[in-house]
Ligand binder design. Structure first.
Ligand code: G
Ligand code: G
Ligand code: MN
Ligand code: NA
Length: 251
C-alpha cells in the first residue's frame, strides 16, 4: 500500500518520465516509430521498472490515471519531435487490459490528439494478446471506437497467449508484434526460425504489419530480413532512451 501511495505521489511530483525505443524499417534501416516505455525515478529507491509498478497500478484505478498521463505527455513530445525532425514518426503507446474497460479511454485518446495536434495515424496503441482474449466482444467494441478515431492498433507480445487466427481476424488490428521469446533463437535454431516464419506468413495473410521485438544482434536481423519481417525493435537497434538522447535537444 505504501508503494501505491508513492506511485500516486509520483504522478503529482513528476517522478514519472518516458523513455523511447526506436522501431526500424528492416528494408530501409530507417527509424519509423518509437515505443513509449514508462520509467519511475523514485527519490529514495532510484529507477523502478514498469515491470514492477505497472502490475501494482493495474490492481486499481491508478492505471487509468497513469495511462492518461502517458497518452497526454507522449503525444505532446512526439508531435513536437515530428516538427523538429520533419519526419512521419509513429508513436507506440502500451495500453493495459484495465484501460480497455475505462469508459473514458476513447475520449481521452481523442483529447490527447486534439490538444497536441498529433495526427491520428501517427499513434499506435499496443494491446497484449492476453488483454484482448479476456472479453473478446468488449475488446472488439472499444478497438473499433479507437480505430474510428484514425489511430492504428497493434497486438503486443504475440505468441505468449492462445489466440487463434480466427479470433484475431475479427479485431480491427493493423500491426502484430512478435514477442521477443520467439526472436531469441532464430539465428541458431531452424525450428525457432520456422516458427517466426509461420507467424509472419500468417500475419501477412491478414494484412498485418509485422514487428519483431527483442532483436539483439545482426544475425537475428539478417534472418528477419530473409523472412520478410517488416520492422524490428531491440537493443541491437537502440535501447529505450530519454528523448533528448534519441532525437537531440530541441532548441
Ligand atoms: O521498458 P520495460 O522492459 O522495463 O517495460 C516492462 C513492461 O512494462 C513491458 O511489458 C511494457 O509493455 C510495460 N510498459 C512500459 N510502459 C508502459 C506504459 O506506459 N503503460 C503500460 N500499460 N505498460 C507499460
Ligand atoms: O511488453 P513490451 O513489448 O511492451 O515491452 C517492451 C520491453 O522489452 C521493454 O521493457 C524493453 O526495455 C524491453 N526490450 C526492448 N528491446 C529488448 C531487447 O532487445 N532485449 C530484451 N531482453 N528486452 C528488450
Ligand atoms: Mn509494447
Ligand atoms: Na511486447
Amino acid at each position: 500500500l505504501r508503494m501505491e501511495q508513492d506511485l500516486r505521489d509520483a504522478l503529482q511530483n513528476e517522478e514519472l518520465w518516458t523513455a523511447y525505443q526506436p522501431v526500424v524499417d528492416i528494408e530501409s534501416g530507417e527509424m519509423v516509430a518509437v515505443e513509449a516505455l514508462l520509467r519511475w525515478k523514485h527519490p529514495a529507491h532510484g529507477t523502478i521498472s514498469p515491470a514492477e509498478f505497472i502490475p501494482l497500478a493495474e490492481e486499481s484505478d491508478l492505471i487509468n490515471l497513469i495511462g492518461k498521463y502517458v497518452l497526454r505527455t507522449t503525444t505532446r513530445e512526439i508531435a513536437r519531435r515530428r516538427e523538429q525532425l520533419g519526419i512521419d514518426l509513429n508513436l507506440k503507446v502500451n495500453l493495459s487490459a484495465r484501460q480497455l474497460d475505462d469508459p473514458q479511454l476513447v475520449a481521452g485518446v481523442q483529447d490527447a490528439l486534439k490538444t497536441t495536434g498529433l495526427p491520428p495515424h501517427a499513434l499506435t496503441l499496443e494491446v497484449t494478446e492476453s488483454a484482448l482474449m479476456r472479453d473478446q466482444a468488449a475488446a472488439a467494441e472499444v478497438l473499433t471506437s479507437l480505430r474510428d478515431l484514425g489511430v492504428t492498433l497493434a497486438i503486443d507480445d504475440f505468441g505468449t497467449g492462445y489466440s487463434s487466427l480466427a479470433q484475431l481476424q475479427r479485431l480491427p488490428l493493423d500491426t502484430l508484434k512478435i514477442d521477443r521469446t520467439f526472436v531469441t533463437g532464430i539465428a541458431e535454431s531452424r525450428d525457432a526460425a520456422a516458427i517466426v516464419k509461420s507467424i509472419i506468413a500468417m500475419a501477412h495473410a491478414v494484412d498485418l504489419i509485422v514487428v519483431a521485438e527483442g532483436v539483439e544482434d545482426e544475425e537475428q536481423l539478417a534472418v528477419l530480413r530473409e523472412l520478410r519481417c517488416d520492422q524490428a525493435q531491440g537493443f541491437h537497434l537502440g535501447r529505450p532512451a530519454p528523448p533528448d538522447e534519441l532525437f537531440g535537444a530541441v532548441e
